[in-house]
Design a binder for this molecule. Structure first.
Ligand code: PMP
Length: 460
């Protein structure tokens, strides 16, 4: 057996096993409440591998790198870091670090090398593509293009739209999903999920020619889950496609591209516990295969003479140059680790801590929400503090309590403006807010420290 066939055999077996375990948890998403828009707390998963639901809920969460990080305070003390900034970038999972460490000794070029290391690295890179496809719950023929991040994935999709495509997008989107389109209809943030569906339906009905609805699955400002299944339905009824920004959703809920009938999803490794610079665009291959290559260069070509013949394969076509192999391997390792853990314990952990934080917020702290406090959300809590600018609050939290949060407008200026009010209705008058965000490594102590700190700040 040649070296390559050994790799192929090992790779196929591993890939099949991974895909089987991932798709088994994606098998009946309609029956699971961890998909978008589901009621909080009502998490269900099938019984897999002889593990009961109760046992699955107790399965330990993977460890994060840096859980014991010490940070200096203004008074010279050092305290364990309370990372409440997962929505910006999540820490690396230990299994992700291990996968990268395992891949490094054989790290080599992919696709064109004849050497052992190059073939092994190529096998790992292409296996990562299968894993990411399965993690997304995508259709077998869907393309997985490795990108730098969600911003890159959405810009790639923008370049692949058929000529004359009109994009419908809500003003509540992150700039990555709001700005890449050359022809867009922008809708005001809708007052309810039902109105989101009706507004999208009305806007799409008025458009002739190719059309695409772009929407986030979970807001990076409020954490609220969007009704993506219903939005996919109206998009298709109107002859449009739907692209979902899953940057915030993918690390916290199970993606189900095929079952929800989504055409494209985009997400980022660094928010998915794999901070090695890779993201992905997953979805229907036809527009990608017909578009101009995203980058012109080696790897995207079939033959170059006076004329250039570009690869018809949508993945090769848009991955010119040497790809971020370790980033892709890391992203796939994170997908595997999350899938092996199961969504039930992850969602339970995050919902418990989010509820604890919200219940403990003192008077004078105003939470941001588009659809009210009870709408299902991931572990994102954005707020303003009466009489204290967001920047000041974030700095106090960092320098006096060792807590990391984000402050500002979260690359969603129109949305934050709409939530706070055009005329500085915001409590601090700066048009900015503070965001605490929760993930796998968050502890009760982190949450309690934030609550204590906010009680202290509102009294100042
Ligand atoms: N969409 C959403 C909802 C986000 O939260 C972010 C990151 N804050 C992005 C897109 C952009 O992600 P990236 O910076 O990884 O491109």
């Amino acid at each position: 057996m040649s070296i390559l066939s050994i790799f192929d055999a090992a790779n196929t077996a591993e890939t099949a096993a991974t895909a089987a375990s991932i798709t088994s948890s994606n098998a009946s998403p309609g029956a699971s409440s961890v998909v978008a828009g589901a009621a909080p707390g009502a998490v269900t998963e099938g019984v897999t591998g002889g593990v009961t639901r109760a046992e699955a809920a107790d399965r330990p969460l993977p460890a994060v790198v840096g859980a014991d990080l010490l940070v200096p305070l203004a008074d010279g003390r050092q305290v364990p870091y309370a990372n409440l900034d997962y929505a910006a970038s999540a820490p690396c999972l230990e299994p992700v670090r291990a996968a990268v460490a395992e891949a490094l000794p054989a790290y080599s070029s992919v696709h064109r090398g004849a050497g052992y290391a190059s073939r092994l690295t190529t096998a790992r890179y292409e296996r990562a593509r299968h894993t990411v496809r399965a993690f997304a719950g995508a259709r077998p023929g869907d393309a997985v293009v490795f990108t730098r991040n969600t911003t890159d994935a959405m810009n790639l999709l923008a370049r692949c739209l058929p000529e004359g495509t009109t994009v419908v997008v809500f003003d509540s989107e992150h700039h990555a999903s709001l700005l890449p389109w050359s022809r867009a209809v922008r809708l005001a943030p809708p007052p309810s999920p039902g109105e989101a569906v009706r507004a999208a339906d009305r806007a799409l009905a008025e458009i002739d020619g190719p059309k695409l609805l772009v929407v986030t699955a979970a807001s990076n400002v409020t954490g609220e889950l969007w009704p993506i299944a219903a939005l996919a339905h109206v998009a298709h009824e109107r002859g449009a496609r739907i692209a979902v920004d899953a940057a915030q959703y993918a690390p916290h809920r199970r993606l189900a591209v095929a079952a929800l009938d989504l055409d494209y999803v985009a997400f980022s490794g660094h928010k998915l516990y794999a901070p090695f610079g890779a993201g992905a665009l997953v979805g229907r291959p036809d527009w990608l295969a017909q578009a101009e290559p995203y980058l012109r260069g080696g790897g995207a070509t079939r033959n170059v003479a006076d004329e250039v013949e570009w690869s018809a394969d949508p993945e090769q076509r848009h991955e010119a140059g040497t790809p971020n192999v370790l980033g892709a391997i890391a992203l796939a390792a994170a997908c595997e680790a999350l899938t092996a853990t199961g969504w039930t314990p992850i969602v339970r952990h995050e919902e418990r801590l989010t509820a604890r934080l919200r219940a403990g917020l003192p008077e004078g702290v105003r939470e941001l929400a588009l659809w009210g406090p009870d709408h299902p959300r991931i572990g994102v809590v954005s707020f303003t503090v009466a009489g204290h600018p967001a920047r000041e609050v974030a700095e106090i939290l960092s320098t006096e309590y060792g807590i990391g949060v984000r402050d500002g407008r979260f690359c969603a200026h129109p949305f934050v403006r709409a939530l706070l009010g055009e005329d500085g209705d915001c409590a601090d008058g700066t048009g900015a807010a503070v965001r605490a965000s929760i993930g796998i490594g968050t502890t009760e102590e982190h949450i309690d420290r934030l609550i204590t700190a906010l009680h202290d700040i509102v009294r100042r």
